[in-house]
Design a protein around this ligand. Structure first.
Ligand code: GLN
Length: 494
């Protein structure tokens, strides 16, 4: 397969090399940002990774960074690094839409902690990226502003819901970006776009300023082209935030501390249900890459076994009760009064209804109805309550597995990128994309996708690494090993 011009991860270097160059004066932040803005101007018409490109603000920020560096200041580990931000994170003075009509014209009065921390470390926001409306979806086709295209094949989806952020990195529009992951929305698009995507432990990274979808599941994390860049992003963003009551009261995890440690002596468990015929619909080429990853870790000195998480097969139905239930409550605030769109009605109730009817797209409405039903009197125990029981079972089974294994391994997505339009009309087919990623949202445990070769169609495949709560360091350690093997294989094949 020939690589289209739209795919060029790290077109102007990865974050580490940009930060090194900019801090040492080899390149200016202004030139780095200008390069990326040019690339966006040339190719985003085809990819549509961005809802808005903040070119002027980015150039102003770059110039101020260059001045500080000229004055001898240390501007931080992300000096001059362009970052694309998923458009469900608040940015003061820049519209935040969640790719929904209902937020039309709304500008947040404050900025998400993650964005503050990245810019305080020298990063420069170049724009807000497209997503499935309110992060509900797996293909970025549920956006009110039209779909994002996969930079490796423009006829295919980038995955979702953070498809714009994954595509932005794969296209070389920014070396790093931010996504949010409620059921897989960082890891699945990372897999489909051939980039690294991390869902940190629940509570390890602040969610202040992330527009809530499923509050007990949502996490923010990075997309990057290298494991080391994800580690830097994580360390810059992580650590306690008094503005987020679910933020863990501890410093950022030192996820870059063991990137060079190798995997000798580590115990790796392949999740049985996701490696064969228990969960149906996982493609053979995806399983082959999972097995190859396990073999590579074994060659590095790890012991590899299989472990069953029996309740993981119920993860999908449990998630599709819990997430919509929480969404139905979180999205109640969009009422035509406090934010964005208002459609007039004869009285307040009719105005509320008209605004919500006109503002939300079909998938969001489906989730609100499903969630409201799951929580309604008489049904709550049968649906929401049962889902919570499954959630507890999954947590118990993971905890037992981690008595014998340091990390677990599974596919990130059951298939490579599928064609635009293929699953858009079939919600069940779309939901099945999350079958491997959902369990660690339900458990709160960290997980990430690392590119590990390609499928039969030549499209990228990611392997998912899972670790126990606050076990993000060992997860990164294993990811770095897989990256080394993947790079060595690519070079050998090139
Ligand atoms: N695809 C899943 C959903 O539609 C997960 C979305 C997400 O992680 N935000 O709910």
């Amino acid at each position: 397969m020939t690589t289209p011009e739209t795919a060029s991860p790290a077109a102007f270097g990865d974050a580490q090399s940009i930060a090194n160059d900019v801090s040492s004066g080899t390149r200016t932040a202004a030139s780095v940002v200008a390069n990326h803005l040019d690339r966006i101007a040339t190719h985003d018409g085809e990819v549509h990774a961005f809802n808005v490109v903040t070119a002027e603000r980015a150039m102003d920020a770059a110039e101020s960074i260059d001045q500080r560096i000229a004055a001898g200041e240390d501007v931080g580990p992300l000096a001059g690094v362009p970052v694309a931000v998923k458009d469900n994170m608040c940015t003061r003075g820049v519209a935040t839409t969640c790719s929904s009509k209902i937020l039309e014209g709304w500008e947040p009065p404050y900025t998400a902690t993650v964005v503050e921390r990245l810019t305080n470390a020298g990063a420069i926001v170049v724009g807000k990226t497209n997503l499935d409306e309110f992060a509900m979806g797996s293909s970025t086709e549920n956006s009110a502003f039209g779909p994002t295209h996969n930079p490796w094949d423009l006829d295919k989806v980038p995955g979702g819901s953070s498809g714009g952020s994954a595509a932005a990195v794969a296209a070389g529009f920014a070396p790093v970006s931010l996504g949010s992951d409620t059921g897989g929305s960082i890891r699945q698009p990372a897999s489909l776009c051939g980039v690294v995507g991390v869902k940190p432990t629940y509570g390890a990274v602040s969610r202040y300023g992330l527009i809530a979808f499923g509050s007990s599941l949502d996490q923010i994390g990075p997309f990057t082209t290298t494991v080391a860049d994800s580690a830097t992003m994580f360390e810059v963003m992580g650590g306690h935030d008094p503005l987020d009551s679910t933020s863990a009261n501890q410093p950022a995890l030192a996820v870059s501390s063991k990137l060079d440690a190798g995997v000798d002596g580590l115990r790796v468990g392949i999740i049985t249900e996701m490696a064969g015929d228990v969960i149906e619909g996982i493609d053979a080429d995806v399983i082959a890459r999972l097995r190859a990853a396990a073999t590579a870790l074994e060659a590095g000195g790890a012991t590899v076994g299989e472990v069953s998480i029996p309740s993981s097969v119920y993860g999908l139905p449990a998630y599709y009760m819990v997430a919509p239930a929480e969404a139905s409550s979180n999205l109640a605030r969009f009422d035509g009064v406090r934010y964005g769109l208002r459609v007039d009605g004869a009285n307040t109730a009719l105005m509320n209804t008209a605004s919500r009817t006109g503002g939300f797209g079909p998938e969001v409405k489906r989730r609100i109805m499903l969630g409201t039903y799951a929580l309604s009197a008489g049904y709550r125990d049968a649906f929401y309550g049962k889902a919570q029981q499954i959630r507890t079972k999954i947590i118990e089974e993971f905890t037992a597995a981690y008595e014998h294994f340091d990390v677990l391994l599974s596919p990130a997505s059951p298939s490579t990128a599928f064609a635009l339009g293929d699953k858009a009309a079939d919600p069940m087919a779309m939901y099945l994309n999350d079958v491997c990623t959902i369990p660690s949202n339900l458990s709160g445990q960290p997980s990430m996708s690392v590119p590990f070769g390609v499928g039969d169609d030549g499209m990228p495949i990611g392997v998912q690494i899972l670790a126990p709560l606050m076990g993000d360091v060992v997860m990164f350690q294993v990811a770095a090993e897989l990256e080394r093997v993947a790079n060595a294989t690519n070079e050998a094949g090139a």
